[in-house]
Design a protein around this ligand. Structure first.
Ligand SMILES: [Zn+2]
Length: 73
């Protein structure tokens, strides 16, 4: 099963808001860590290497993406 990553521009709390992103760290030219704040509900989160920190404590509602197109469901 392909790993599904959290889309960092998508709010993990309300699932409909667009996140404002403040980049904290960059790894090999890609954003690896950033603070996110939802423009709809104000939910503040931290996204690192494909996942929201809040996802460890609650069921995330953010949009997901995967690098393996053949196994998307
Ligand atoms: Zn939100």
């Amino acid at each position: 099963m392909a790993t599904k990553y959290d889309e960092k521009t998508s709010c993990n709390s309300c699932g409909i808001g667009l996140n404002q992103i403040k980049v904290i760290s960059i790894d090999a030219g890609c954003v690896s860590g950033c603070e996110t704040t939802c423009t709809a509900c104000g939910f503040a989160d931290f996204w690192c290497y494909g996942f929201f920190e809040s996802g460890a404590h609650m069921e995330g509602k953010s949009k997901k993406y995967s690098f393996d197109d053949s196994q998307n469901d």
